[in-house]
Design a protein around this ligand. Structure first.
Ligand code: NDP
Ligand code: MG
Length: 385
């Protein structure tokens, strides 16, 4: 019997982190937690370390966040510790469950070390798609998608000739306000935006689902993972979140992947790939009536989706600016500094202020990212409370 894969879980304390731990807990003969990171939740990281007997630990926020740790194993802080953990020479797999742009450097570090990456984070591909995919190609490390839509596409493509792929249809739930009259969107609060109808996820991705900036980020993510241009990437609203995406082949046949709306299905597929074993949760129950409706998104309700598609079509630094600006706008909305509808205003304003030349290095990329954040913060100050 082969040894369990040694997994490093970056962002172990978040929603994707928890779902990954459920899969690892279920398959101790196949997966071993070998390292873990958190940002602020030190006590939760300690309890994960104790349960899984892990000694490679990193906390990326300052040490004073640690309080009084009751652990024999020291926790590593700050510096390049996250990248060093991601590049650990003994790791077989690095799971990127960190939210936001902070995931870019550790993703690159793992790929540079030649280690396969299970990628849940989408912002790193939107920010650094070219450099991330080029690093993987150069070192031979694989990027196994764990975002449910991209994992669905990944599953549908297994055993197919890549030349037979025509297009991809990404499904979207439509988020918290899919049925709210459009004129009432200006009143919605951060708390209401965090009530997702189908998925239990971290706060940033839940608000991104309500604006459909999430699907916009996923369009760009799909472009880098599967090499298709914008006009071969469709989006459809599918309220039950059972079909996780559809692949259309050149002969017109479509393949879809279906499972209940829980991330354990995509994560288990990615973590155990290419093996399939019994799942953490029950499969779909076809003895009961099931709705599988699909409808095109109304771009008046979801302006962030249009902005993301335009950014993908424009290329250069436009996707990066979309991502940076969205992060600033979502933070400002969560702090009640701006209204829900101003999220798209801030992104639009930032995209219009920039020239979108292609950054040629990681430093240039990060400098452009900082510039986009500055422009967006200025716009928040101009609009906000
Ligand atoms: P959460 O907010 O629940 O968790 C985020 C994790 O990242 C936590 O472990 C957090 O640490 C850590 N973290 C936060 N900021 C930093 C930082 N600056 N540096 C290092 N680590 C940090 O997010 P989710 O689990 O929901 O999402 C994670 C990623 O996966 C996102 O990119 C999201 O878009 C993507 N995704 C999520 C899905 C979901 O179902 N949740 C579905 C598909 C994709 P701590 O808690 O200790 O502060
Ligand atoms: Mg998704």
């Amino acid at each position: 019997m082969s040894k369990p894969k040694k997994c490093i879980l970056l962002g172990a304390t978040g929603s994707i982190g928890e779902s990954s731990l459920r899969v690892i807990r279920k398959h101790p003969d196949k997966l071993k937690l070998f390292g873990a990171s958190a940002h602020s939740q030190a006590e939760k990281l300690i309890s994960i370390a104790q349960e899984f007997k892990v000694t490679n630990l990193h906390l990326s926020r300052s040490p004073d966040a640690l309080g009084s740790p009751s652990l024999e194993t020291p926790i590593n802080f700050g510096g390049n510790g996250l990248e060093e953990l991601a590049a650990h020479p003994e790791a077989d797999l690095v799971v990127i469950a960190i939210v936001g742009t902070a995931a870019l450097r550790p993703t690159l570090a793992a790929l540079e070390a030649g280690t396969d990456v299970v990628l849940a984070n989408k912002e790193s591909l939107v920010l650094g798609g070219r450099i991330v995919t080029e690093t993987a190609r150069r070192t031979g490390a694989r990027i196994i998608p764990a975002d449910s839509e991209h994992n669905a596409v990944f599953q549908c493509l297994q055993g197919q000739n890549e030349k037979s792929l025509d297009s991809i249809v990404l499904t979207a739930s439509g988020g918290a306000f899919r049925d709210l009259p459009i004129e009432r969107l200006k009143e919605v609060t951060p708390e209401q935006s965090l009530q997702h109808p189908n998925w239990k996820m971290g706060p940033k991705v839940t608000i991104d689902s309500a604006t459909m900036a999430n699907k916009g980020l996923e369009l760009i993510e799909a472009h880098w993972l599967f090499g298709l241009p914008s006009d071969k990437l469709e989006v459809v609203i599918h309220p039950p979140s059972i079909v996780h995406s559809v692949v259309r082949f050149v002969d017109g046949c479509c393949f879809a992947q279906m499972s209940p709306p829980s991330m354990t299905f995509a994560l288990q597929n990615a973590l155990l790939y290419p093996e399939r074993c019994s799942g953490v949760e029950s499969s779909l129950d076809f003895s009961k009536a099931m709705d599988l409706s699909f409808a095109p998104p109304n771009l008046k309700r979801y302006p962030c989706l249009k902005l993301a598609r335009d950014a993908l079509t424009q290329g250069g630094s436009a996707p990066l600016a979309f991502n940076a600006s969205n992060e600033i706008a979502v933070d400002a909305f969560r702090l009640n500094r701006i209204g829900f509808l101003e999220i798209s205003d801030i992104i639009d304003h930032t995209l219009n202020k920039m020239s979108h030349a292609q950054p040629n290095s990681l430093d240039e990329l990060l400098a452009t990212d900082s510039y986009a954040r500055r422009l967006s913060s200025d716009r928040v100050d101009a609009l906000g409370k």
